[in-house]
Each structure stands twice: as C-alpha cells, then as structure tokens.
Design a protein. Structure first.
Lengths: 207, 381
C-alpha cells in the first residue's frame, strides 16, 4: 500500500534523508503529505505543527498527529532532544523569528532538516540589479508581490550558513534542488554554485 | 409534579459490590450505575469507546431517549456507519454519579435510611464519576478502553481518565473542555444554584417528599446556563431583536422578545427532564475540577509518563471553555512530547457547537483521529 511520493522535489529528498523508525516532528507540516509519506515509507512516529486551520484539518483526516500551533511561539514547550529528526520545509522564510526557531529546532531534535528558497540565485540577483524590483520567490502556487507575500524572512545560502555558524550549528550535508527537481550536493560553505541553486536542503545538528 | 422517571426502565444497571471511596474520603455504599452500550465488544476486548456526557446529558447518546422521546444527544455521531461506528466500535455511555437517570445520586434511595438521599448525598467530584466508570469497565471485562471521548464536563472526565488511569485508555478526546473550571464558570454555576435555592419549593432539597419541584429556580438556572452555551453570534443570528407576530413593543415587562421566549421554553423543558438536586451536585463537581491541584498547580506534572494518545478540540466561538484553556492542556502535554493532536474548529454556535449536527469539520476530524488510532491499535477496519 505504497503512497505516491510528494510532488515537491525538496520533500522527495527529505524522505530519502530521514532514516526509518525514528520520532519525527514536521514544523509547518501543511496538509501532512510529507508526514504521511514518512509514516508509510519510513515507518516513523510522525508529529506535526501547522498554523492554518484547514491544513490541520486535512492532516487529521489522514489520521496524523498534528497540533494547530505557531512554530514562532510553541516550540519552547517541547523538552530537549525529544525527537530524532525535526523538519522545517519551506517555512523558515515565514517565521517571525527564524533565528530563535532554528535554535529551538536543534534543541528539540537530534537533527534538523531545513529546506528554504535561495535568494542568492542568479535570477533573483538579476531582478534586483537590472529591474530594480524585489525578487519574488515562488513557494506557493500563486506568485505574490513583496507586500503580501508570507515570505517575510528570505535569505541566501550564505546568510543561512552564517546564521548556523553563529548558533554553533554543524552542517552535516547540503543539497541543491533545481527548478526541474534535479539534485546536486552542496558544500558546507557557500560557493559559486549557489548562484544556480533554486532551493537548498540542509541536514543540521549540534554537538 | 415530579420528573417522570418512575415508569422508565434504566436497565442495564451495574451495581458496585464494594464501597466507592470518594475524594472527600467518604465511602459510598450501594452505588449503582445505569449505562447503555451500542455495538459489540470484539474478542480481543479492544474496541470499547467510553462516551462521557456533559452536565445535563445522559447515557442515551444514540437512539431514542425514553424520558424525552427525542433522539439521543449524539445520535448523528454514534451508530452503524457513523463517526463512532457501532459496526466497528463498542460504545459505552453511562449516566454519571449524581445524575438522575438511574445512577446513584441525590434522588435515589439512601440504603442506610430507606429515604431519598436529597442533601445528605455526599459532595463528589469529576474524579469520583470517573472512578465509578472504572468499576463499570471492570465489570464489562474491558482492560483498556480504545478511546474515551467527552465534551464539556465529559471532556473533564476524559482528561481525568487519561491523567489518573492512563494505562486503561489508548486514546482520549477532550472536546470543548478545560483542565480546570475557571472563576467565571464557577460564578455562573453559583448563580444557578442560588436561583434553585431561592425557589419556595426547594425546601432545602426535601422537595420530593412534598410532591413539588423548584421548577422556577431550576428553569432560571437553566436559562443562565443556556446563555453561556451559545455565542453572541448565535443569539444575534437566531433572534436578533425579533418580536413575535405584530412586531410592535407592548410596553410590558413580561417576556416579549423572541430570545426571551426561547429561553423561557428552554427552562420549562429542562425542569421536565432534570432533577434540581442533581443539578446542584453536578455543577459543584465541575467547580471542584482542577487537574493540576494534586500537583501544586503544575499541570505538566499531571501528564508525566502518560502514554495515551490525545486529540484536544476547541471551538472558536466557545467563550465558556475558550481555546486558551485547551491550549494550556496541549502545552502541558508537549512538555512531555506526548502524542497530542489539537485543533480549534471554526464554529459560530458557541460551547454547544459539539452538539450541532451540521458541525461536519468537527466530525471529520474526529473520524480521522479515530481511524488513525484504530490503525495504531491494530483494530480491523
């Protein structure tokens, strides 16, 4: 009874990165597609947090354990190292306080898998340079303008890695996800190839 | 006039052969518990769901209520093919301790005197109600309930089941409930009790012998309580400032607005089906409810080591048991990384949203959680 893999390429990669059988918390779990896949493919004990009511409802219809809550405020409730893996997929840029959230992820989980859109992509750089317009990162089905996007804290790969360094977080591995869904390994420091990186997925831990 | 319960057969009734030790340390002899079951207990005895009713609810959760002649209070949820699918689950619903539909309470006979207990009935708590139900499932041969579900006072019971008898509950679903009765909730209950006690027919609770009931007081208590069960939106949409028929003010002080007539009707119907003394005792039991009290106010400590799966549900327009109360429960459970789901369902109907047939979001969530729990428990579809 194998379920189809998620449509989003970063999610398919995350499924590969999570080892079987552990306790997983998906922060900003949406309609639960990833959690459900992890439960069926990897037999994990899956849990989720999602802020939007209709998405929580969708998760519950699937029989998943999900809390309607806010990652910005609810993560401090959880005890240290209570999950093997914490996933934050395409949600870092929606957080009011991404630094605190990342810090919490590495406190609660042994490892965190974080995926985010890279504002350092050449296309974004070119938009700003040539057109003088704020680059729009398409993370949902409808592209939005700078004033109504939920992506309030966009960053580049270099920004992200610098924040990890500041927080004493170790980058275990990095992957670039292309627009076409292609995968490529990323180094632990930001290099030229991030110019061509549409989305990044990092596995993080803390000593 | 009295509640017409004499002619009703409340069987099955479970009779406890030991004394029920109450939180007050009083030992209650001869306790009985009237209950209903729906569906069949499977061979593994793993498919039992305990439904805990609210303050003025009863064991007739499905089918026809023999007292009112109306459909059970969750008739749209409990039955073959429904959310609490009786083709799959064995549903138990018991009249709570202190209730007035067959279970021991102030209106039943004190075996020590041969007279009705009336106000000699000991003050009991939500935990005492749960303990009587624990004896009931012992008698039914159920080691572990697949689920306990309850709304309002029933939700308090569901939380108490999980907190004090977690090994006997696989999953628990407190709906529109809280871990404690708030000051505002106690205040409303006190107004209700005061209204009953002020009725000339109250006779310090010895109204039965006089063949009367404090119906005006009990009706007033119900009217106040009923306001707390709805929302401003619900009242406004249902009644607005409507007047009956000619829609002209009559310049009288009698009930005139549709909303007044509606409340009057609610009060009058209620006194035909509920006992005033039971109402006094049960509201008190809710007032006493504070799950954290045994742990010096530390709610997280209550759930330490609890392996039960939780689904906590609140409704947006419920101001009697607001979402913040449910969230506090969720936070306490998160402190132990417990298996908890939580959702605030958008609903306009106030606290009573859990009773509304068209609250399909609520029903879908419930069904999904029960399905997921059944998979984890290994119950056959």
């Amino acid at each position: 009874m194998s379920k189809p893999l998620p449509r989003r390429a970063d999610l398919r990669l995350i499924v590969q990165l999570v080892p079987p059988g552990g306790r997983v918390l998906d922060v900003g779990c949406g309609d639960g597609t990833l959690l459900q896949t992890l439960e069926t493919e990897k037999q994990v004990d899956g849990h989720g947090i999602e802020i939007r009511n209709h998405r929580v409802e969708a998760c519950m219809r699937k029989g998943l354990s999900v809390i309607q809550g806010d990652a910005d405020t609810d993560l401090p409730d959880f005890p240290d190292r209570s999950f093997d893996y914490i996933i934050l997929s395409q949600a870092l840029q929606n957080m009011h306080r991404p630094r605190e959230v990342l810090d919490q992820l590495l406190r609660i989980g042994q490892r965190a898998i974080v995926s985010f859109p890279n504002l350092g992509h050449w296309r974004a750089r070119l938009t700003l340079l040539c057109r003088g317009r704020m680059p729009i990162v398409e993370t949902s089905d409808t592209p939005r303008t700078w004033y109504d996007t939920p992506n309030i804290h966009l960053c580049t790969i270099r920004d992200f890695l610098l924040m990890c360094e500041t927080l004493g977080i170790i980058v275990e591995e990095g992957h670039a996800v292309g627009r076409d869904g292609s995968l490529r390994r990323l180094g632990k420091v930001a290099a030229w190839d991030t110019l061509w990186t549409h989305q990044a997925v990092y596995v993080l831990t803390r000593p | 006039m009295e509640i017409e319960t004499a002619s009703i057969d409340f069987a099955p009734i479970f009779a406890l052969d030991t004394k029920l030790k109450l939180q007050s340390q009083i030992e209650l002899a001869g306790a009985q518990c009237a209950y209903q079951t729906y569906g069949t207990l499977n061979a593994e005895r793993s498919n039992a769901i305990m439904v805990c009713h609210g303050l003025t609810g009863d064991q007739y959760v499905s089918g026809t209520n023999p007292l009112t002649g109306r459909a059970g209070w969750w008739n749209h949820l409990v039955g073959p093919g429904l959310v609490l699918d009786t083709d799959r689950y064995f549903v138990i619903c018991a009249n709570v301790l202190g209730g007035c539909l067959g279970t021991t309470g102030p209106s039943t006979i004190n075996p020590g005197t041969g007279q009705p207990w009336n106000m000699d009935f000991p003050v009991f708590t939500v935990a005492d109600m749960v303990d009587l139900q624990v004896h009931l499932i012992d008698a039914l041969g159920v080691d572990q309930l697949f689920a306990v579900i309850g709304a309002s006072m029933g939700g308090m019971m569901a939380l108490d089941w999980a907190a004090r008898h977690s090994e006997r509950v696989f999953a628990t679903i407190p709906v529109a409930a809280s871990w404690r009765h708030t000051a505002q909730n106690i205040a409303f209950h006190e107004v209700g009790r005061r209204a009953i006690a002020a009725d000339a027919n109250w006779h310090d609770g010895a109204y039965r012998e006089r063949g009367v009931i404090p119906e005006k007081g009990l009706a007033a208590a119900r009217m106040v309580a009923h306001i707390t069960y709805l929302s401003e939106t619900a009242f406004q949409e249902k009644f607005g400032r409507d007047l009956p028929r000619d829609s002209k003010l009559s310049f009288v002080l009698d009930p005139e607005f549709e909303v007044e007539r509606y409340l009057d009707h609610q009060g009058k119907t209620f006194v035909k089906r509920f006992d005033a003394a039971s109402y006094m005792y049960l509201t008190r039991a809710m007032d006493y409810f504070d799950l954290a009290a045994r742990h010096d106010g530390d709610l997280a400590a209550v759930f330490k080591g609890v392996g039960t799966r939780f689904l906590v549900i609140s409704f947006t327009s419920d101001w009697l048991f607001p979402t913040a109360e449910s969230r506090t429960v969720v936070r306490a459970l998160n402190a132990h990384a417990a298996d908890v789901s939580f959702i605030e369902i958008p609903a306009d109907y106030g606290h009573d949203s859990f009773l509304i047939e068209r609250a399909t979001d609520f029903h879908d969530v419930l069904e999904g959680f029960l399905d997921g729990s059944a998979r984890r428990r290994g119950l056959k579809p």
